[in-house]
Design a protein around this ligand. Sequence first.
Ligand code: BTN
Length: 243
Amino acid sequence: MVEHHDRVSSTQDVAKLKARDGAPEGTVVVAEIQESGRGRLARHWLSPSGGLWFSIVLRPGLSIERVQGIVLLSAVSLARAIRGRTGLDAGIKWPNDILIGWKKAAGLLLETQIQDGRPVFVILGAGVNVNNDTAMFPPDLLVPPTSLKEETGRDIDMESLLNAFLTDFAASYNLLKTDFDRILEDWRHLSVTLDMQVKVTQMDKVIAGRAVDIDDTGALLVRLPNGNVFTVHAGDLTIEHIS
Ligand code: BTN
């Protein structure tokens, strides 16, 4: 079921309330405008009219360690949907960004409700700059923004982009349990992070080196100058190309 709203605080919050009320897996909440859209690390996510802002209720029955795999899977589905609907060369920047030409066109957010040590439901949020103007975005963003319209020079149909994503995601969702290696393979293929010189900023340290792979929890493996491989579970990543 896809539920459309004109204006909400955040589709994450609407979807979360629905999930608490028992909404089934696959319930989708879309809004034209979000007044308090949020991104990773509780950052503000600008959500004016013209973008695609939506959240999905998921009940994957996975352990906490495995749930992060949903971000990998959804990044693959979103990159493929954008490529399919626009012809643009969309790629994945770890952990949750979709880039076009080193600019950020979309971001993903996974919020997990945990009870007795297990995820009871997960809300997957996606924000895609489709036809909105990113010139009014703040100049100090970690990665400069772009929109699909700015990259193609034409209006993109948001409904068909959403449908392309949902179709791809639904077809791949079972792979989380049956063939996770396939998700990792697809992710590697669409990644613009691997083989790049990267810097990951965490609260208390900076890790710099070459991104060599991801593991099956979605962590990024970074080879340090001394040859050791460091497993990075979270942080802000800059790629030498775009920093
Ligand atoms: C990020 O890049 O930090 C993730 C951005 C996720 C934004 C989407 S828009 C729909 C959903 N509702 C929100 O408040 N956030 C996500």
